[in-house]
Design a protein around this ligand. Structure first.
Ligand SMILES: Cc1ncc(COP(=O)(O)O)c(C=O)c1O
Length: 449
């Protein structure tokens, strides 16, 4: 299952790195190869206790291994282990970070902005909400009931009040509910978080309408596109979803996770601000760093101190191989994931044993197992999940409000929430493997239902 041919390229790239580096008196750290081998084999043994994330039969959580170029570039960089905090720690990788972040900003239509990589989506969102709180102290953070739980937690950390807005039948922030909150709060809102690609169901909040309300009430708009951001390049989005992605350029800040759909190893998030002057809020004095250059050190505009330069190197390399342009291979793969999700949705809908309350807006499909009562649906979902795993198809589960299931013929609502199967079809290969995936789902249904 593992591609290993490309490992030879790592050796030749390392030679090149060495040849280009300054000539210094000979020095080499020693390694005990036998001891290394022993431990590495122990690591390999331990790591067998994992789901097969690289295989198309892994169609559960938002997990997939990075692209080979990211894996190799990251590993190559580790021989230097640059730290993108200050230029003292990583000159080349800091430049690569700026170029990689610039490419992401361009994807959203921004030429001027402030941005940098982070260790992930949580840190990136924390910075965006921190900036909102600095500019509007003690005012509320508002996000939808389907937004990632991180927003409520971050608001707690920042000691900002938090309010959740209900969602509509499609899982998008309910605009009437938001308007009611804004009327009550008047100018008491620091920021409204629009999620473009919610974690559980991939729904996309109506960003254009949120921006209309911003014009009236003056809050900041933050877009959490940690999961969905790269779908800005995809073809085949629904009209409302396309409009939401096209409106990102008008938001105040945006978060995207290259370690989700950007083919990167974990440890790679990104936050961008439209107004570069928010950089002043990060101003701090460091008696230890920033001496080697008058140029901007990324640590001067980031809440995290040490950050993996290797992450920037890997992202930069991936963008060279797979440029983030509409119609390019990277964009086409996202469109393929979208098609896979729609196809799975259609196929499951043909089978009366499943209930599909939501059309997939991105590449996440959610379905319940039909039963007379929602409490039975919950039991079926758990058993279905376990049996599919026995058959090597790895799905995920999610709890949805029972409201999504109201009005479905023959289903009595006797629980607040309904446990559903959930599948993130993040790999382009999922489309080619869909018949096999559906066959397993049908086999499991035939066995259990
Ligand atoms: C929409 C959204 N926001 C934020 C996060 C948190 O990001 P991370 O896990 O990279 O910290 C996630 C993770 O799934 C997410 O889907």
């Amino acid at each position: 299952m593992f591609e290993t041919q490309s490992l030879a390229l790592l050796k030749s790239a390392l030679r090149r790195l060495e040849e280009g580096s300054p000539t210094l008196p000979s020095f080499q750290a020693s390694v005990d190869l036998q001891a290394l081998e022993e431990i590495l084999h122990q690591v390999a043994d331990r790591m067998t206790d994992n789901y097969p994330y690289a295989h198309p039969y892994y169609a559960g959580q938002m997990l997939k291994p990075p692209h080979a170029v990211a894996r190799l570039a990251y590993t190559l960089a580790l021989w230097i282990n640059p730290n993108n905090h200050a230029l003292d720690g990583g000159r080349a990788s800091s430049k690569m970070e700026r170029e990689a972040v610039h490419a992401i900003a361009n994807m959203f239509g921004w030429q001027s902005y402030l941005g940098h990589l982070t260790s992930g989506g949580t840190m990136a969102n924390l910075e965006a909400l921190w900036v909102a709180g600095q500019l509007h102290p003690n005012k509320k953070v508002i996000a939808s009931a389907q937004s990632h739980y991180t927003h409520q937690r971050i608001s707690g950390v920042l000691q900002l009040p938090y309010q959740s807005v209900p969602v509509d039948v499609a899982g998008r922030m309910d605009m009437q509910a938001l308007q009611r909150i804004l009327q009550q709060e008047q100018d008491g809102v620091a920021v409204v978080v629009a999620t473009l690609g919610t974690t559980a169901i991939g729904s996309v909040d109506p960003l254009p309408q949120i921006l209309d309300l911003q014009a009236q009430y003056g809050f900041r708009v933050h877009v959490d596109a940690a999961y969905g951001g790269y779908f800005a390049l995809a073809e085949g989005l629904s009209e409302t979803t396309r409009l939401a992605f096209d409106a990102i350029a008008q938001a105040d800040s945006v978060v995207i996770d290259p370690h989700k759909h950007g083919l990167q190893p974990y440890g790679c998030g990104c936050v961008l601000f439209k107004d570069a002057t928010v950089g002043q809020l990060y101003k701090h004095d460091s008696p230890y760093t920033y001496f080697t250059s008058d140029e901007l050190h990324l640590g001067e505009i980031s809440l995290e101190c040490s950050r993996a330069g290797a992450s920037a190197v890997a992202l930069w390399a991936t963008q060279q191989l797979l440029p983030m342009v509409k119609g390019g291979q990277f964009a086409q793969d996202l469109s393929t994931s979208l098609r896979a999700a729609r196809t799975l949705h259609q196929k499951l809908q043909l089978d009366g044993r499943f209930v599909l309350p939501l059309l997939p807006e991105l590449d996440i499909v959610v379905w319940g197992i039909r039963a007379e009562r929602t409490s039975e649906m919950n039991q079926h979902a758990q058993r279905f999940f376990d049996e599919a795993a026995q058959q090597h198809l790895h799905l995920a589960l999610t709890r949805l409000s029972s409201d999504y299931f109201r009005g479905i013929d023959g289903v009595e609502i006797d629980t607040d929430q309904v446990v559903c199967l959930r599948s993130c079809l993040m790999k382009a290969e999922h489309l080619d493997w869909l018949d096999e995936i559906v066959n397993i789902i049908i086999t499991v249904a035939n066995k259990l239902l």
